[in-house]
Write a protein that binds this ligand. Structure first.
Ligand SMILES: [Zn+2]
Length: 413
């Protein structure tokens, strides 16, 4: 199984930072030159594979291993592009540049799996190779590598893959992403045979019911407030642009900030939920297809909100990844009618939804998203489910999801 460890990289002096920056910038420069030439050839209908003369130009700064590694990653990007072109009938774009003309190059690089070392400990360190020219300029010994401090915990142990180093110009931090191949031994397995169903939505990000009768509900209030706030700042910044311009560095930053905060909340949510379900003995999780959630039953406004907020594909990938860690199965299921079916009598047409509440002429009244997850679960497992306790409700405080009492999952419409 492939997993990824991510951690912060912290140069310990201005000089080390300068070296790291040169390494990343030269890598991006190599990538972009290679990409430019290959795109020219591609659009002229020529072969993209004759590009070996860049090696000599970069080897003194990047070193041999990294120069080759960047070229290989670029090769792989083109190979996968050609494979997609053959398979897909839709338009696909050839590999693109790292960065753009207005904002400059993206600082990043790839370090070959056997060319770097990380020693974990009280003061964890990463060592990466640099070229002879950098060594001379900055007074490194012949065999010396650049040494930086790393912060974070390695989540996964196993055979290390090529290291991806990036610079985030919003946070002004360097990050490392390390793929590792882990063995199947030590893989968590479910402790029970319960099933859970998730309803993914807008006001409540995720509502969940399990066959044991547990219910969880994660409020979208705070994540949406942040998302909306940044969206407004983007609109303001756009309004102030000169007429001939449609974006700016500031606007791009705000977009990235908005996505990053959302991803933080969503990733933390999925992990919190899956760990909870694992402890509950859940072995299978069903999730509704979001297109069902966004049916006509919803207001246009709620629809738009949910669509903009949820990066759906990415969210499901993350759900699958976290579940895989715990050995939990994930399956999609149709969610037709689930958000408007009465769980007591099965009525679909006459039920009414107002904000969070679903009411039925039979007298039933309940939290619409929780009801939807319950109905989804009943349909997927073909068994009746009885909620056993009060649902546990969670709010986001920018760091973690914490349980709250009572009706704190208020509408943020
Ligand atoms: Zn009813």
């Amino acid at each position: 199984m492939r997993r990824t460890n991510s951690f912060d990289v912290v140069p310990q002096s201005e000089q080390d930072e300068a070296v790291l920056r040169r390494l990343l910038d030269a890598s991006a420069s190599l990538w972009n030159q290679l990409t430019y030439e290959r795109r020219q050839h591609f659009f002229a209908g020529e072969s993209v594979w004759d590009s070996e003369h860049y090696y000599d130009e970069y080897v003194d700064v990047l070193g041999s291993a990294t120069t080759q590694q960047i070229t290989r990653v670029n090769d792989a990007a083109w190979r996968s592009f050609f494979e997609t072109v053959e398979k897909a009938d839709q338009e696909v774009s050839p590999p693109g540049y790292w960065g753009n003309q207005a904002d400059g190059r993206d600082l990043r690089t790839y370090i070959r799996n056997d060319a770097y070392t990380i020693s974990w400990g009280e003061r964890s360190r990463l060592e990466v190779p640099i070229g002879s020219q950098l060594k001379d300029e900055y007074g490194f010994g012949r065999a010396e590598r650049l040494r930086v401090v790393v912060r974070g915990e390695p989540h996964w142990q196993g055979d290390q893959g090529r290291l991806h180093l990036t610079y985030d110009d919003v946070d002004e931090t360097y990050r490392a992403h390390q793929p590792v191949t882990v063995s199947d031994e030590g893989q968590a397995t479910p402790t029970g045979s319960d099933v859970a169903a998730l309803d993914i939505g807008a006001n409540v990000l995720v509502a969940c019911t399990t066959t044991a009768g547990d219910q969880y509900c994660y409020s979208g209030q705070e994540p949406f407030r942040q998302f909306r706030e940044t969206t407004e700042r983007i609109a303001d910044a756009k309004a102030k642009l000169p007429g001939d311009q449609n974006t700016s560095k500031r606007i791009q930053r705000l977009y990235r900030k908005r996505s990053r905060r959302r991803d933080h909340a969503v990733n933390a949510l999925l992990r919190d939920l899956v760990e909870r379900l694992y402890d509950d003995g859940v072995e299978t999780i069903y999730y509704g297809d979001l297109t069902g959630v966004l049916g006509e039953y919803w207001s246009v406004k709620a629809n738009l909100k949910a669509r903009t907020f949820w990066a759906h594909r990415q969210c499901l990938d993350q759900l699958t990844n976290v579940c895989e860690e715990y050995g939990i199965e994930v399956a999609a299921t149709s969610e037709a009618w689930t958000s408007q079916t009465c769980p007591e009598c099965g009525e679909r047409e006459q039920t009414r939804r107002h904000r969070e509440t679903l009411t039925c002429p039979c007298g039933f009244e309940g939290h619409a998203d929780l009801v939807a997850s319950r109905t989804l679960l009943e349909q997927s497992t073909n068994t009746a489910v009885r909620p056993t306790a009060r649902p546990v409700r969670f709010q986001w405080d920018d760091h973690q999801w914490y349980p709250v009492d009572g009706d704190a999952v208020a509408s943020n419409e």
